[in-house]
Design a protein around this ligand. Structure first.
Ligand code: CIR
Length: 253
């Protein structure tokens, strides 16, 4: 169960964030409104949300999930794999200090972004992507081992991050789409398979028994509901324009 979540309010420069979506630039005002609705959805799931102030230096900083990996026993500060985001991770250290005595750091030449880390119980799958490298994975694995967790790598071909196309709900159940459908690592799970037309909705999150998912994906919604999870959908269209989604917008712990 999650007690807390950290989010970062979008900054005015959000339209300068990295994008490969081809969906145009996000509108700052709409993004702010959608972000508030996202916070409300988290609160509805029973978590206390701490909203950190905007960071104008970093257009992508609202995607706070990429800056850390949080467990019950330690916080790991990531090292973004793209230069325009490097430094974002330093901006959450103080906030995390309020909650954690054990803070670890990914160091050069390692790179690691939280979007590449999918937790299933005491195990962490780590995407080797254009943002997370082998060295970043090895460092994370070593840190997690110290605290009694395990980790294994998953090689990515197309997706930005591992959680772009995968989500762990609970009870051995995953949402899976795209290149991850064929991955050996995820064959043993109960699978909710998402087709190309709704692939964006694989980036959803389980929060205390409910699933928060993006609005506008009726097939996925139905499958999740049929699996027994109440769904809360949120409009995240402005974040989608920057290749981000529901999971990227918070750190839950
Ligand atoms: C980026 O390219 O870094 C941002 N525009 C989107 C980050 C999305 N984060 C995530 O999937 N965890």
């Amino acid at each position: 169960m999650f007690k807390n979540a950290l989010v970062r309010i979008p900054c005015k420069k959000i339209s300068e964030g990295i994008s490969s979506s081809g969906l145009g630039l996000p509108d700052y005002r709409i993004a702010l409104k959608q972000h508030q609705q996202y916070i409300a959805a988290l609160e509805k799931c029973g978590v206390r949300v701490y909203a950190l102030p905007p960071e104008e230096e970093y257009p992508d900083s609202t995607f706070i999930e990429d800056t850390a990996v949080l467990t019950e026993r330690c916080a790991v500060i990531c090292r973004p794999g793209v230069s325009s985001r490097r430094g974002e991770e330093k901006k959450i250290i103080t906030a995390l200090g309020e909650f954690y005595d054990n803070t670890e750091v990914i160091e050069h030449p390692g790179t690691l972004e939280g979007g590449d880390v999918l937790r299933v119980g005491g195990h962490f799958f780590v995407g080797l992507s254009s943002r997370t490298n082998w060295e970043g994975f090895i460092q994370l694995q070593r840190i997690l081992k110290k605290y009694g967790y395990t980790a294994s790598p998953v090689r990515l071909k197309d997706a930005l991050h591992l959680k772009t196309g995968l989500a762990y709900l609970e009870n051995g159940e995953i949402l899976v789409t795209g290149e991850f459908k064929k991955k050996e690592e995820f064959m043993g799970f109960k699978r909710i398979e998402i087709g190309q037309e709704e692939s964006y909705s694989a980036n959803s999150i389980w929060v205390n028994g409910r699933v928060i998912m993006p609005e506008g994906y009726p097939l996925t919604r139905k499958m999740i509901e049929q699996a027994g999870y109440p769904v809360k959908s949120v409009d995240v269209s402005e974040f989608r324009k920057l290749d981000g989604g529901v999971s990227c917008l918070s750190l839950r712990f």
